[in-house]
Write a protein that binds this ligand. Sequence first.
Ligand code: F1P
Length: 358
Amino acid sequence: MAERGFHTFAEITSQPGIWAYTVAEFQTLAPRLGHFLPDLQPPQAIFTGCGSTYYLSLTAAALFQALNGVTAQARPASELVIFPKLVFASGAPVLLVAISRSGETTETLDAVEVFRRHVGGQVLAITCDGDSSLAREADFNLTASHAREESVAQTRSFSSMALLAEALAAHLAGRDVVAALGPLPTTCQRLLDEYGDLARMLGEAADINRFFFLGSGYLYGMASEAMLKMKEMSLSYSEAFHTLEFRHGPMSMVDEHTLIVGLLAESALRHETAVLRQMHQAGAQVLAISESGSGLDGPDRVHEVVLRSGVPVWARTVLYLPVLHLLAFHRALANGQDPDRPAHLDAVVMLDSLLESP
Ligand code: F1P
């Protein structure tokens, strides 16, 4: 029998190489995207998925709207299925971007079916399996085929599909995708090397018993995914909030056994570091992840991850994750869990269809 977390550790640490393959895979598909969406005609885009891939949709929609000036929103696939009128407001054309590692999650397939029946428009899939039901059903696929995983919890699959979402938004906006994403594998490797010990130290810290992941803007989806990794792998108390929302109630949970992880955006640094400073004063340990340093370092119980990516803001969202994957991995081992096989979870949620026959 493999040692606990054998697959998960391999999947986390293989991200640099897998990202390089994923960017290359995108390059081969990119020329066909131009025909698929000639002038980015749909004035609206909806991104959907379940669990991790819903959180990925949050970041992907934000990037898509910011780079292309197209209204883009993210909704869990189940909401499209159960409450379609709350999602599809008008008869205007919509691009549906459906994201799923497996391409077999029932709610995501049902959401595509609802979209076909009631809305119409193009469906673009982002997945790790180009032969899956979702890939077959979509009008266009972006596939991170090298990123498939043995483990239940998504790590390299999530970050690779996030790279494809970044690349999609940037390519359609006429940005130089390869110049921006090309350096990421090297930066990812440096982050894993430089901050692996810090992730282990905090993951194993017996005096920490609750984790809060805070992010705003593009990074709220990433904070949510980091929260889910901690929950799934290690069964720890773990929640995510928009950074400034944390003061509006959740901060009452902070004490000296709390780790606050801040995924900081350069454009919001002043406001976000003020929240982290306040939580540190309330007794929490703080882990600040930022492009160039948070300016918080110095006091005891404040830890820093500095990305130093040098790439545009839209290209760097995935870089916040690998150190947080390691944090969840080490906490899982410290909690006696096997990160490869989280309790009560399956890699894919397959149900009877939620839909009535047409
Ligand atoms: C989505 C998902 C995962 C979650 C769990 C069940 O799968 O909800 O995010 O961690 O393993 O499946 P997929 O549609 O991306 O394959």
